[in-house]
Design a protein around this ligand. Structure first.
Ligand SMILES: Nc1ncnc2c1ncn2[C@@H]1O[C@H](COP(=O)(O)OP(=O)(O)OP(=O)(O)O)[C@@H](O)[C@H]1O
Ligand SMILES: [Mg+2]
Length: 253
């Protein structure tokens, strides 16, 4: 069996990509799945969210073939949860790869050797569509779009749907759009409700039933380098990400 390869994509910044990758990963690991997180973002937020060491060889060194993917895997304090880290070196890759033949196939190529080792590989993308993001889209099987329940969410959504459609037409015809995840939902905010209504009407069953609430514990956990289940397993955010993980398990079946 080969891993389910899922990336979280939205070129809008701060919509909950990284938070969703780390906590979906931790939830799946708690459910007994072997999970690898891959940080494609030079910001390295995913790396620090699980207290991994961004100064060790990571995704940059893997893509530039200085180290194998297996050797770049770091364990975390969570059983079953591993990561290939990232740091600022990744920022240069968009330029460094430009003149390479097969410049869109690097990630697919270098990660192939570890796909048998894991049940899930979850990739966290930067908030931009450069060569690294395109590489991630060529490698992935499934894409999840996190959407912040706020003004202009729809605008970002159209853009990201266009990106997915264009990759599917050319570089990765089997790329599957797994669904839209609403994040940072505020009960008290009428706009949150309206965004969910509008998007759900249009995308119907592509929308995950689980809605991630705005929850301060989710925003605190990364500064302790902990997934939410290790920081506060009983908060509303932890419960929501666990329900989301169960939905993901059903959808990839
Ligand atoms: N459900 C939530 N409740 C409260 N805060 C949240 C929630 N989800 C994310 N945050 C916070 O919002 C900020 C942005 O989240 P996150 O880093 O996950 O977004 P991102 O899409 O990965 O951002 P970027 O585009 O910069 O990579 C972070 O400070 C995070 O802790
Ligand atoms: Mg991020």
């Amino acid at each position: 069996m080969s891993a389910n390869k899922i990336i979280f994509l939205n070129q809008k910044g701060g919509v909950g990509k990284t938070t969703s990758v780390v906590n979906l990963g931790a939830a799946l690991a708690k459910l007994g799945k072997r999970v690898l997180l891959v940080d494609f973002d030079s910001q390295g937020n995913l790396t620090s969210s699980v207290s991994a060491d961004g100064s060790l060889p990571g995704m940059y060194e893997v893509i530039t073939k200085q180290i194998s993917a297996v050797d770049a895997c770091q364990s975390t304090s969570n059983t079953n949860l591993y990561i290939i880290s990232s740091n600022i070196n990744m920022a240069g890759l968009n330029v460094e790869l430009v003149d390479e033949d097969n410049r869109n196939l690097f990630v697919k190529d270098v990660l192939a050797s570890i796909e048998q080792t894991f049940d899930f590989i979850l990739g966290d993308c930067p908030p931009s569509v450069g060569l690294v993001t395109v590489n991630a889209l060529v490698w992935a099987q499934h894409v999840i779009i996190p959407l912040q329940c706020e003004y202009l969410a729809m605008e970002g959504l159209n853009q990201v749907m266009r990106t997915v459609a264009s990759v599917r037409r050319s570089l990765n015809p089997s790329l599957d759009f797994l669904g839209i995840l609403f994040t940072m939902y505020s009960k008290r905010n009428k706009l949150s409700y309206e965004v969910v209504e509008d998007v759900s009407n249009y995308f119907s069953d592509k929308v995950f039933k689980t809605i991630i609430p705005r929850n301060v514990r989710l925003s605190e956990a990364p500064s302790y380098g902990l997934p939410i289940f290790a920081y506060d397993a009983n908060c509303s955010g932890a419960k929501a990400y666990m329900r989301f993980a169960e939905e993901v398990l059903n959808r990839v079946k």
